[in-house]
Design a binder for this molecule. Structure first.
Ligand SMILES: NC(=O)c1ccc[n+]([C@@H]2O[C@H](COP(=O)([O-])OP(=O)(O)OC[C@H]3O[C@@H](n4cnc5c(N)ncnc54)[C@H](OP(=O)(O)O)[C@@H]3O)[C@@H](O)[C@H]2O)c1
Length: 339
């Protein structure tokens, strides 16, 4: 049986996902006996809808002109149609409103109420309303996967399955590539914060409005997801003490360096103290968390095996898309649609 999908958000991640699905179509069939149909792709101003399955080759050839396809329906919203479409899985890749989690929150709740499994790259709903979403998923016997929300393709949420015989006692992580890039540049070149930020913006690593990154909210959202998923907590972003990196000076970094340390923007969950913190911290220069550039790193302290560190590229369309495909294969296997 073919898995029937709907995708909401045809931006960077959504389009990379469509490209990878097309590229991997044969492999998915041969390796996992998995086949699929994409029934609808929603954008903010309408949707491509084809109950027989959208021809991805034709769609991808259209590039940004996809609205010229005959099955483009203007001004249709996902919330009006989710209950009417015959689908198994909803893939949510819209941007996040950090205060409400919308529009993804409504898309996810609607889908769960219609017994549709979820894959999301959008972290907003999970750091704001994790418990509500998971309780509803349980009630409706739905699977919710969201690996791409934290560190993109770095499999830090699914690592939980490989640690069920162990116990995680704390999490220490670098979860925001923009902050890490800025601090790395300030450390290496002795440049002030404002210059390092400008450089990050010029290179496309930082947003035009970088507030959510540099003030620590982005890392805090990801920390909540890690703590809830890996430690079994039910926290929201309000439970995190957050300090950004805007007050760090080249002098402070120089002083840290002369003592054998460096300053990193860490996201920390401590089981014993039951606390969640995002703030600049001194770490030893030879610490494995002392990574440079836009990378992400996550150190899990475990009761029976000491620290386990996992690192990699924490952003990027293809990276997030590959995490979504992992989640999709997981769901397909669980539902008996793949072997
Ligand atoms: N990019 C990454 O590296 C990365 C990695 C991991 C996770 N994520 C997360 O994944 C999500 C998508 O990221 P992205 O980089 O693909 O963003 P993006 O390029 O801005 O794409 C988002 C798309 O969603 C569309 N959209 C907005 N509101 C919508 C609505 N109500 N209904 C349907 N579509 C809507 C946008 O349309 P318009 O632009 O036309 O408004 C846009 O095409 C974000 O939540 C992001 O945090 C991104």
């Amino acid at each position: 049986m073919k898995v029937k999908l709907v995708i909401i958000g045809k931006g960077n991640v959504g389009t990379c996902f469509l490209q990878l699905m097309k590229e991997k179509e044969k492999v998915l069939k041969e390796k996992f006996d998995f086949s699929y149909k994409i029934i609808a792709i929603f954008e903010h101003d309408g949707a491509l809808i084809n109950e027989n399955g959208i021809d991805l080759e034709e769609l991808l050839k259209m590039g940004e002109k996809f609205r010229e396809l005959t099955y483009w329906k203007k001004n249709i919203k996902a919330t009006e149609l989710i209950s009417k479409l015959d689908i198994n899985v909803l893939v949510e890749t819209t941007p996040t409103n950090p205060d409400t989690g919308e529009p993804a929150y409504s898309h996810i709740i609607d889908a769960l109420n219609n017994n549709i499994d979820i894959i999301a790259s959008n972290k907003g709903p999970f750091y704001l309303k994790y418990k509500e979403i998971m309780d509803l998923a349980k009630e409706k016997d739905c699977i919710v996967k969201y690996e791409a929300t934290v560190a993109s393709c770095v499999p830090v949420l699914s690592i939980k399955e490989n640690l069920i015989g162990n116990e995680i006692t704390s999490i220490k992580a670098i979860l925001n590539g923009t902050c890490n890039y800025i601090l790395s540049r300030m450390t290496a070149e002795g440049v002030p914060f404002s210059l390092a930020l400008k450089e990050a913006q010029e290179l496309g690593f930082a947003e035009t409005d970088p507030t959510l990154d540099i003030e620590g909210f982005d890392s805090a959202g990801k920390l909540i997801i890690l703590a809830n998923e890996l430690l079994g907590w039910s926290k929201t972003i309000k439970d995190v003490k957050i300090i950004g990196i805007t007050k760090i000076t080249p002098q402070a970094l120089e002083l840290a360096k002369s003592d054998g340390f460096t300053i990193k923007h860490l996201a920390i969950a401590n089981v014993e103290k039951k606390e969640l913190i995002v703030e600049p911290r001194l770490i030893e220069r030879d610490s494995l968390l002392n990574i440079n550039g836009t990378l992400n790193a996550i150190e899990l302290h475990t009761k029976h095996a000491g620290p386990i560190i996992i690192m990699g590229r924490g952003a990027g369309g293809p990276e997030a898309a590959s995490a979504i495909i992992n989640d999709l294969i997981y769901i397909a296997k669980k539902r008996g649609h793949a072997r």
